[in-house]
Design a protein around this ligand. Structure first.
Ligand SMILES: NC(=O)c1ccc[n+]([C@@H]2O[C@H](COP(=O)([O-])OP(=O)(O)OC[C@H]3O[C@@H](n4cnc5c(N)ncnc54)[C@H](OP(=O)(O)O)[C@@H]3O)[C@@H](O)[C@H]2O)c1
Length: 327
């Protein structure tokens, strides 16, 4: 029996479809019934509505050990997709609790219940930092604690440390580090925030780059890695490395909207994040831009995917194939 944490999220819900299509028996961890409706829509999107009733839903929270212990009964394989994604500095404590402590609990339960293999969903945010004049990031690039990292990145890195501890204690593990994931069914969160801001007529662009990937590629790779004999490895999952300006222009063209024309320089974004901080303080609203996200919007990196391509002989979809279906 497989357990999927974060089953009501983007990755978890598309993974449920994949696992059930492969005739696996699946338990899905959820916190609120309301979120399950979104998962039903994902099954409908994949024309797999009939499979939805095969999901064994189990209520639990990764920060609540007794609920996890119930969920882990008879489980042999775990896909750990649950995490808090937030770039709001006020969420630091919540991020630590869900992402580091929650992952530690999942790893401990895997060990206690004799789970055969764990697939942990990390992020490109948890990869290392390039040295000056380097732009290629691989699975081996070293994390430099002296560089500026947002709280989300720090907690995803901390979560990986918990998974590596589990590996040292004898648990078979595989980690995936996806780029920004695009997929159907979760409006106004994650990658859809980029799409929504382009829809609203974004005027500014920066010259940084991002790694993007289709959710189906993420779930396919996770499934194949779990089926393989591979253990103790991490894999970057990025379909394409894109320059932000080009990508935003591509999205604007798809949406039939005027692309942004004003270059937001490093000086402009450094003023913008400070202004955002001030306005958030005065009006008590969520931060939209932080120092770390402003800096990231100017960084140019190429995520090297040769490790996964070689391991699974995998070809990623191009954005033209999947974005037109979900935007
Ligand atoms: N989306 C991206 O672009 C992206 C990119 C790289 C890596 N990732 C990683 O991929 C994984 C999945 O992300 P996603 O996009 O699917 O995120 P998502 O759509 O926000 O879903 C997060 C899932 O985690 C669950 N969750 C959060 N805290 C929990 C807790 N304390 N106990 C139990 N469940 C909890 C949520 O449950 P509720 O529905 O109840 O809130 C939801 O099911 C995460 O590890 C994320 O860091 C995502």
């Amino acid at each position: 029996m497989i357990l999927v944490t974060g089953a009501t999220g983007l990755v978890g819900s598309h993974l449920l479809v994949k696992l059930l299509q492969e005739n696996e028996e699946v338990k899905a961890l959820f916190r609120s019934e309301k979120q399950i409706e979104k998962v039903k829509n994902v099954f409908a999107f994949h024309h797999q509505t009939a499979l939805f009733d095969k999901v064994n839903w189990v209520k639990g929270d990764i920060t609540d050990i007794p609920s996890l212990e119930i969920a882990f009964e008879n489980v042999t394989h775990v896909y750990h997709c649950a995490a808090l994604i937030s770039f709001n500095p006020n969420d630091e404590e919540k991020l630590r609790k869900s992402n580091i402590e929650g992952t530690a609990n999942v790893v401990n339960c895997c060990i206690d219940f004799g789970v055969k293999k764990l697939c942990h969903v990390s992020s490109i945010a948890a990869l290392g930092d390039t040295k000056e004049h380097e732009i290629i990031i691989t699975e081996e690039t070293e994390w430099n604690p002296e560089k500026l990292h947002g709280d989300y990145a720090i907690t995803k890195f901390g979560a990986e440390m918990e998974v590596w501890r589990g590996f040292q204690e004898g648990l078979e593990v595989v980690i995936v580090n996806p780029g920004v994931i695009f997929g159907y069914g979760f409006p106004k969160q994650g990658s859809d925030i980029i799409v929504q801001s382009v829809k609203k007529g974004l005027s500014f662009y920066t010259k940084g780059s991002i790694g993007i990937v289709a959710v189906e590629d993420v779930t396919n790779c996770m499934f194949q890695l779990m089926k393989s004999t591979i253990s103790g490895e991490r894999y970057i999952l990025v379909g394409e490395n894109v320059i932000l300006k080009d990508f935003i222009t591509y999205l604007a063209t798809l949406l039939n909207i005027k692309p942004p024309t004003i270059y937001a320089s490093k000086t402009m974004t450094s003023i913008a994040w400070r202004l955002d901080w001030l306005i958030a303080k005065i009006t008590n609203r969520k931060r939209k831009l932080t120092r770390a996200t402003a800096k990231a919007s100017h960084s140019v990196h190429i995520y090297d995917t040769s490790k996964i391509v070689t391991a699974l002989n995998y070809s990623f979809q191009k954005k033209e194939t999947y974005l037109t279906k979900i935007i």
